[in-house]
Design a protein. Structure first.
Length: 176
């Protein structure tokens, strides 16, 4: 869901429900991530143009696919949710930590467990994920390479929320 502004309750600019088999779910979601992302082109300051996106698409893909792969399907009909605000993207996934993953070690490199091993393997075979615990580290690296801070994780027993802050322009970073 694309929401105008930075507050919950803002006008909904766009929404989509992605349902069905995993490829029918992921491909349209990827299309939305690309459609809402903006890329600035600077062709005046240097001899070669520079492009900078608000978010690195591959980072958002890793985080959203991680939410889909690790969500719980037991005792809930809650969907994975992607809310795109002007200043951030919030990804919500039903189900908290699972197995060897807990609140204290969540998102640490090398700490991985699979609530849905068949889904994880299917996503790996389809080339959507690596299935080796590299998704979050890859997203962190892509964000850092784009001049952004690491994603924030709010880990609760029945839900995980990931917040990715927008890339600030050079002018905003200077306080202008």
């Amino acid at each position: 869901m694309r929401i105008a502004g930075t507050e919950w309750g803002g006008d909904v600019l766009d929404e989509a429900r992605c349902e069905g088999p995993i490829t029918d779910l992921i491909r349209p979601l990827d299309d939305k991530l690309v459609a809402h992302n903006r890329t600035a082109v600077d062709f005046l300051s240097e001899a070669v143009e520079k492009r900078a996106s608000i978010y690195p698409t591959n980072a958002l893909q890793q985080l959203v696919r991680n939410a889909v792969m690790h969500r719980t399907y037991e005792r809930t009909n809650a969907p994975v949710q992607v809310y795109w605000f002007d200043d951030r993207v919030e990804i919500g996934s039903p189900g908290g930590p699972y197995g060897s993953v807990n609140v204290d070690n969540f998102a640490e490199p090398g700490v991985v467990d699979y609530r849905n091993p068949v889904l994880a393997e299917a996503m790996r075979v389809l080339g959507l994920v690596q299935r080796y615990g590299f998704g979050i580290p890859a997203a962190r690296q892509a964000l850092r390479n784009n001049g952004q801070q690491d994603p924030e994780f709010q880990v609760e027993p029945n839900r995980v929320r990931c917040i990715v802050r927008a890339r600030r322009s050079a002018e905003e970073a200077r306080g202008g």
